[in-house]
Design a protein around this ligand. Structure first.
Ligand SMILES: Cc1cc2nc3c(=O)[nH]c(=O)nc-3n(C[C@H](O)[C@H](O)[C@H](O)COP(=O)(O)O)c2cc1C
Length: 225
């Protein structure tokens, strides 16, 4: 159950959190970092406890939907979690990017099976800044940089040879120099207004904690498993 802070009849299990005053702007509506702090702690634990060979604790299922509401989901690697949101990188002409352009609502679902924990986040997706995308692109191995140029992600591919030819084309094009970031490739940031932390428990009586951002506050509540 979600109640606003200060509302009469606040259920005993609902604990509102207000950490700092509201600022202006889309992301600055986040006035409490509590769910972010909780997420980072969990993410860190998932990294440390990942079984060998290291399971990738960055991987998450990204759900988007087109303008008609038809959903689609795929795995992406979440490269960063800052105080505003969750950053992943992709091709700006891919199916996911086209869907986000017409419907910016999206969700990410992380499952760390080695912890028996899941984290879900939902919110609006915006493009990361050019500077962020440039910096991340520069940090990638050269092969991945060439791959970003060669892949027309989500478009039909006539044959594997076509892709190999495009890789060879861009290897020649950028021979002896730094590979620039393609304009059609970069980051997105999902700015959450809802987090849910799920932890497995005995007899499937799992623990579910929801944080919903209402106006400028994160409101915490519990859900039935
Ligand atoms: C473990 C894993 C990590 C992936 N990471 C990314 C990623 O960070 N960015 C990306 O664009 N695709 C990534 N992919 C590929 C996507 O799942 C998907 O196939 C691709 O982005 C095309 O999706 P779309 O056609 O829905 O846009 C990853 C796949 C797997 C299995």
């Amino acid at each position: 159950m979600i109640r606003r802070r200060g509302e009469a009849g606040l259920a005993p299990h609902v604990r509102p959190h207000v950490r700092r005053p509201a600022q202006t702007g889309v992301c600055s509506a986040i006035v409490s970092l509590l769910p972010f702090e909780r997420f980072r702690e969990l993410w860190g634990r998932a990294a440390v406890a990942a079984p060998p060979p290291p399971a990738d604790h960055h991987a998450a299922t990204l759900a988007t939907a087109d303008a008609a509401g038809r959903p689609s989901a795929r795995v992406v690697l979440v490269r960063g979690v800052d105080d505003e949101g969750f950053v992943f990188y992709t091709n700006y002409t891919s199916r996911k990017a086209r869907e986000v352009a017409s419907n910016p609502q999206a969700a990410l679902c992380f499952h760390w099976h080695w912890l028996e924990e899941q984290a879900r986040v939902e919110g609006l997706v915006t493009r990361a800044t050019r500077e962020e995308s440039d910096a991340y692109f520069r940090s990638r191995p050269r092969g991945s940089q060439i791959g970003a140029w060669a892949s027309q992600q989500s478009q039909p591919l006539a044959s594997p040879g076509e892709l190999e030819a495009r890789v060879a084309l861009f290897e020649r094009e950028f021979e002896g120099r730094e590979v620039p970031r393609p304009e059609f490739w970069g980051g997105f940031r999902l700015v959450p207004d809802r987090f849910e932390f799920w932890k497995a428990a005995e007899s499937r009586l799992h623990d579910r904690i929801l944080f919903a951002r209402i106006d400028a506050e994160w409101i915490e509540s519990r859900l039935y498993p």
